[in-house]
Design a protein around this ligand. Structure first.
Ligand code: SAM
Length: 296
């Protein structure tokens, strides 16, 4: 069952919805249906939402260290009406863009104000980068204007749908390592944790909280200590292949060329014992027809 429309209200640089079908196959193959699913680096949380909406996971645990991202998700669950009102009423103009940027940067903003400013800038900016440039440029002379990705009705519906499932969603604001050590142990044994950390090579600058080499190594040690099933995806860097060398790698690119599998490609690693779907060499290209129809 494919997820349509796009489940997350946030646009995310490097968003991982493209691997959602593969993660669904992992659920099917490993008898995880109706289990728990966690993303310690949730960002736009699109895979988690797809698994919840399409009846794979019974509960999802979404965690992000970035206070703005966390506050957005918290507010979707706790105050969806407030967010929806602001989405409907707030003008899409450059004056308002400056205003939302000030709100985003102000330490005095309320949670609702911060959540909405995060959302507004994510939708109005190029590639969804919150402190990046506005779509169409400050003079708004580009072909696309700042409202190009701001369909109020559609975005309001996405927020309503998530809020309707709020009793099955946990949102936290821990460092991923704290999450692995403290939250993952509380989850159902039938669970899958998908880690999508900031890239090793290209991670600097895109998100808040970019990691250095020691952080990646410390995360790898915590991942190796997990006793529940997990997978991790990374940019395909030699240092990452080294850190996860005791686990099975699956290298893939956006195209099928061998060169891209190594350069500019990604790599996944899997916990020992996790059964991989047969015959799939590229987890980002799993057609919907590969998914079994679940009885819902
Ligand atoms: C590569 S993005 C995840 C994208 C996500 N998989 C998606 O599809 O939207 C990485 C996310 O990790 C968060 N992050 C960075 N360092 C973190 C840390 N130490 N602990 C938890 N989250 C962190 C960032 O705020 C960012 O939202």
């Amino acid at each position: 069952m494919p997820t349509r429309p796009y489940p997350s209200p946030l646009r995310y640089p490097g968003g991982k919805l493209k691997v959602a079908n593969y993660v669904k196959l992992l659920f099917e193959r490993n008898n995880l249906l109706d289990g728990d699913y966690a993303e310690p680096y949730a960002g736009g949380s699109s895979v988690a939402l797809a698994l919840l909406f399409d009846h794979y996971a019974a509960r999802i645990f979404i965690n992000d260290l970035d206070p703005a991202v966390y506050t957005f998700w918290r507010t979707v669950l706790d105050n969806p009406e407030g967010l929806k009102r602001l989405i409907t009423d707030t003008p899409m103009t450059m004056d308002e863009w400056y205003n939302q940027r000030r709100t985003f940067l102000s330490p005095d903003s309320s949670p609702l104000e911060l959540a909405f400013a995060t959302f507004y800038l994510n939708r109005a900016n190029r590639s969804g980068i919150i402190l990046g440039g506005v779509i169409g440029g400050k003079q708004q002379t580009g072909n696309w204007k700042l409202d190009a990705r701001f369909n109020r009705a559609e975005l309001t519906q996405r927020i309503e749908k998530i809020a309707r499932h709020s009793d099955r969603i946990s949102v936290t604001n821990y460092d991923a390592q704290v999450f692995l050590q403290q939250v993952v142990p509380t989850m159902n044994n039938r669970s899958l944790t998908y880690l999508d950390p900031p890239y090793y090579v290209k991670g600097q600058g895109l998100y808040a909280n970019a990691y250095g080499p020691d952080d990646h190594a410390a995360v790898a040690a915590d991942v190796a200590a997990l006793t529940k099933p997990w997978l991790v995806s990374y940019d395909n860097a030699p240092q990452i292949l080294d850190l996860y060398q005791q686990f099975r790698p699956l290298e893939y690119g956006l195209s099928y060329s061998a060169q891209e599998r190594r350069q500019g490609g990604e790599v996944m690693f899997f916990s020992h014992g996790l059964q991989l779907p047969n015959g799939i060499s590229n987890p980002s290209k799993v057609p919907n027809k590969f998914l079994h129809k679940l009885p819902f």
